[in-house]
Design a protein around this ligand. Structure first.
Ligand SMILES: [Zn+2]
Length: 61
């Protein structure tokens, strides 16, 4: 069950700027905004890994 410390949830996103609140349940945390700078970013709160979809339009600069 929850015995895997490295169990990381991977979320594929279409935008380089995302927000995360940990989702519902025990993993919830204050809403934070993260910016993907190298095709992926890990949420410092819940360690969720956000991966920029291939072919996603860069909405940044
Ligand atoms: Zn999070």
């Amino acid at each position: 069950m929850d015995t895997q410390p490295q169990a990381t949830e991977i979320v594929h996103v279409q935008s380089s700027t995302i927000s995360c609140d940990g989702g519902v349940g025990q993993l919830g945390h204050p809403l934070v905004y993260l910016r993907i700078t190298a095709r992926q970013v890990t949420c410092p709160y819940c360690s969720k890994l956000f991966v920029l979809d291939e072919g996603a339009v860069d909405t940044g600069h």
